[in-house]
Design a protein around this ligand. Structure first.
Ligand SMILES: [Zn+2]
Length: 214
């Protein structure tokens, strides 16, 4: 069983289903649905960012480096930046995420640690929600739901098949129960994860309240 390919296949299929459901019956515009489907597919890769092989980190940091500046473009434009400083910021962000982000993830993560957990899934959803500054809250929730569905599909697959990234099949009883979890044996990892989750939840709450106030 090819771990990485299996994860991508399943999360992509989930994304197709989710995107289709977003259009009909949920009635979202098809562009938003396509974006949601893509996020669901990417969500299925996220937990294996902690993989020691380095492949998911390389792939995803490249993807994030390209996409995050694009997602931020709306906010940069709104801030009244000049065209040149905007380009410089986006270029800087690319290198920061591509190399700095990859280095950071590699140095803090333990394979099958807190990256494979329910709070990490919520973090992914909150990041998407906060990052996508659309005035349409329903679209933001729908996109956040997409990345979480992809993430969850990964956790469940790991749980069922105990597939590792390289496709090495571990003994089921050895790693079963290690993916869909709330805490890891490392208290520092667990604490960090919940601190990040708490911080993001607070930001999302503030954002929600601010939108209500307008
Ligand atoms: Zn995994």
């Amino acid at each position: 069983m090819a771990g990485f390919r299996t994860h991508i296949t399943v999360s992509t299929l989930c994304g197709v289903g989710y995107g289709a459901a977003a259009v009909d019956p949920l009635g979202f515009p098809s562009e938003a649905a396509v974006l949601a489907a893509g996020l669901t597919g990417v969500g299925g890769m996220l937990p294996d960012l902690d993989s020691d092989s380095g492949v998911p980190v390389r792939e995803l940091s490249g993807l994030a480096a390209a996409i995050v500046p694009l997602l931020l473009a709306r906010r940069l434009l709104a801030s009244g930046m000049t065209h040149e400083s905007m380009l410089a910021t986006m270029g800087g962000l690319y290198f920061l995420i591509r190399y700095g982000g990859a280095w950071l993830v590699r140095s803090v993560s333990v394979h099958r640690g807190m990256f494979h957990s329910i709070p990490a899934m919520l973090i992914a959803g909150l990041v998407v929600y906060l990052e996508y500054r659309s005035p349409d809250r329903a679209v933001r929730l729908m996109l956040a739901g997409g990345v979480m569905i992809g993430f969850l599909s990964h956790l469940i697959l790991d749980e069922i098949y105990s597939v590792d990234f390289n496709g090495i099949r571990l003994r089921l009883n050895k790693s079963a129960g290690s993916a869909v979890k709330f805490v890891s044996p490392s208290w520092a990892g667990t604490l960090t994860c919940y601190l990040i989750l708490g911080g993001l939840a607070f930001l999302a709450y503030m954002d929600w309240a601010r939108a209500d106030a307008h």
